[in-house]
Design a protein around this ligand. Sequence first.
Ligand code: DP6
Length: 329
Amino acid sequence: NYNPVTAQAHANIALIKYWGKRSVDLNLPAVGSISLTLDALKTTTTLQFDENLNEDELQLDYRKVTGKPLDRVTEFLDIAAETSNRPRAKIVTKNSFPTGAGLASSASGFAALAVAADKALNLNHSKEELSRLARKGSGSAARSIYGGFAEMKCGSSFDDDKDDYAIPLHDESHWDLRLLIAVTSTDKKDVGSTEGMVRTAKTSSFYQGWVENQQADLEEMRSALHAKNFEKVGELTEHSCFKMHGLAMSGRPPLLYWNAATTETIHTVWNLRKKGIAAFVTIDAGPQVKILCQPDRAELIKQAVLSVNGVKNIIETKPGPEASIVQSE
Ligand code: DP6
């Protein structure tokens, strides 16, 4: 008999973006990345192995899930257990943010599942090993093992992942910042990040330049975070975001993740900046705009962005904690 294990993990936003893989099979990134873990976007997952089950069972936000998401979880648990000949499991997972809000849940989802599987299978992994495991579920999940600011490292080998895991840079008490998420659409995205990355690497003539330039951005971001230089962190965050989207747009066929409200929100933030209000945008593989600002500016920016046509709501987040076990017997 197996006891249920409950773990939680928070989503993260990449300030220096991950885009591109050097191995799709092993899910090895082509570039390193730097992220901020977010308190308000939490996934809580209960995992229980059960000898009587014939198949894994997945429940997400009170709904039974089958098909691709379930296959991804089954594959992940096989990897965690290092065998497909393992007891099947019941996985009950809940997001603190509305499902289908168009927000990435794979990062918090696989980080929570990695921590839960580690405990349930008595693996006693180190943080580094947990991060490596989470990465096998989703690249960005490797960073959600840590609170605050984390860096995903990128190795150079094509057939092993000894250098592909995230490390902590600063915990959540390092710097009180705000990340405002302007939700502009709740539709499912057309092209997921995995597919988008593969297409970009294959078809964009910008891809090599992107990979080669990443190291410089990572170094600058590390020092700016250490120095708590907000202007510099903001400038680098926007730069990495637009470089990633420029790269995606240069694919064939092109990838454009933005809608009209996305663009209008960018201009609204830039207009605020012209008035001396420090705020910077970043966008992932979807149309939501994430705005980085300091706590005393959050309210004003929220009001301005809420007046943008097409912005449905704003979720306010701040640096959040590491992934952890919440309860186990
Ligand atoms: C744009 O981590 O979702 O959010 O490894 O294929 O699961 P897979 O990709 P995923 O990609 C995240 C891409 C991004 C940028 C980032 O989070 O760094």
